[in-house]
Design a protein around this ligand. Structure first.
Ligand code: SF4
Length: 459
């Protein structure tokens, strides 16, 4: 059964975009995991013992500090003006790495390491190098591993770029968001084009050519024209990957976002059009569309993985990372272990206290049932490739082929509306239905209740 009972069949044909947005553009998860994080519960005992010996794992390190707060921010971060809270946190992080290394009790190989935040590039090259060395000591970083860091262009320097490259970082994701001054003023994030251009130059000089840009739509003062201009400016700097995220206005979770309500904000139809403008412009410039919101140049590893049907989706979005185990380090980080997700505390105080007692700072999690694992597979295929054979997925996971028949039947309204095509148990999202992929996935989410205050809009 699915919780997607809002898709009542009404036999309408050729609905307008506004009608589609009303029906399918509401609040749904981003499906970077299934079950999603809102299902994690506190009565969860951490377990690391099921990770197979000598398995390749991925590691995510959360650095929850920034120098100022962007008004649109939805991340778990804290504004700091000096380094002492950062250094205290790094000391606790070292303890967590050592504790996890000793608990797994045998050699695991790290194939992907990702520093996210916050603004991980508040850290110096030496800080990043010492974290990487400690991870290597405990998890054995394999040759050729991808080591990526998210970076705020306002905090980059040529020296940091050189330091990160020396530490082994080989991919940098720059938070660009928007190049227009009016929008930058509204979101409290002033970073002229020249600043982003300088970062790209410093990284290239340091030997880091794998550069991602994060861009956004749905922000104050943005229009289709400004989005087109952002794309034009972005491609001039030749990033190998681009993500285009819709601004998630969730003031009930992030009260500081209320300040944006004094500006004119794009409505659902304008947001939809802005996303389309960005998509068409990047495709026109030779980028390949990856999943619902990523773009990559043809030689980029993400594009190659998509072509080989090896694309995956995890908490960082679309990825080439095929490891079955993700170890999350730092406050709020989520680990994906065989049979379970677990999430660290979001409290700095609890994080340090638990580690000082030799305990993992885990706050909540969920054990995965065989049905969760099967549904996660279905949702991941839809998110990555816009098509899935539901009966085949059931069979591969040991369920009867008809197990998801009712969920597929719920998609009849979407079929009528041109969002999906149904061929027996094969669900294929149409080209025009792709902006609504998250709503299609929700039909296979047994936990989804359509709660408007738990997720951001689908479009
Ligand atoms: S730099 Fe990123 S994490 Fe920091 S406040 Fe801005 S949006 Fe949030």
């Amino acid at each position: 059964m699915t919780g997607c009972s809002r898709y009542h069949l009404n036999m309408s044909t050729n609905p307008t975009t506004e009608e589609l947005l009303r029906r399918y553009g509401g609040a749904v998860p981003r499906y970077t995991s299934y079950p999603t994080a809102v299902q994690f519960k506190g009565d969860f005992r951490p377990k690391t013992g099921d990770i197979p010996e000598n398995a390749e794992v991925s590691i995510y390190v959360h650095i929850p500090f920034c120098r100022s707060l962007c008004s649109y921010c939805g991340c778990l971060t804290r504004v700091v003006h000096d380094d002492s809270p950062v250094n205290n946190y790094l000391a606790a992080l070292d303890e967590e790495i050592g504790l996890l290394g000793s608990m797994t009790g045998y050699s695991l190989t790290a194939g992907h390491i990702h520093f996210g935040g916050g603004s991980p590039n508040l850290l110096s090259g030496e800080d990043i190098e010492s974290l990487i060395n400690l991870i290597d000591l405990n998890f054995d970083i394999r040759d050729g591993a991808e080591i990526a860091i998210e970076a705020d262009p306002r905090q980059m320097t040529a020296e940091k770029a050189r330091g990160y490259a020396l530490a082994g970082v080989n991919r940098v994701s720059l938070g660009v968001q928007d190049f227009q001054r009016e929008t930058q003023l509204a979101i409290n994030r002033i970073q002229p084009y020249s600043q982003v251009e300088a970062c790209v130059g410093w990284l290239g000089d340091a030997g880091i050519d794998n550069i991602n840009f994060d861009l956004m739509y749905g922000l104050p003062c943005q229009t289709e024209d400004t989005i087109a201009d952002n794309v034009q400016k972005a491609v001039t700097l030749n990033p190998s990957r681009i993500s285009v995220f819709g601004y998630a206005h969730v003031p009930w979770m992030r009260p500081h976002q209320k300040i944006l309500e004094k500006y004119s904000m794009p409505g659902p139809l304008e947001r939809f059009r802005q996303a389309q403008v960005a998509r068409e412009a990047f495709l026109d410039k030779g980028y390949l569309g990856i999943g619902m919101d990523h773009f990559a140049l043809p030689g980029d590893r993400l594009a190659v993985a998509a072509g080989n049907r090896e694309l995956r989706r995890n908490f960082q979005g679309y990825t080439t990372d095929r490891a079955k185990t993700l170890i999350g380090l730092g406050i709020s980080s989520i680990s994906c272990l065989p049979g379970a997700f677990m999430q660290n505390t979001t409290s700095f105080k609890v994080y340090k206290e638990k580690l000082s007692l030799g305990d993992l700072p885990v706050e909540k999690g969920t054990y995965l049932t065989p049905e969760d694992i099967m549904r996660a597979d279905v949702i991941e295929q839809l998110m990555c490739y816009f098509t899935v054979d539901a009966a085949d997925a059931c069979r591969r996971h040991g369920f009867s082929e008809a197990h998801l028949a009712e969920d597929v039947a719920y998609l009849r309204q979407m079929e009528q509306d041109g969002i999906v095509e149904l061929d027996g148990s094969v669900v294929t999202i149409t080209e025009s239905g792709r902006p609504f992929v998250r709503s299609v996935c929700a039909a296979f989410d047994s936990y989804f209740e359509g709660a408007q205050n738990r997720h951001a809009r689908a479009v």
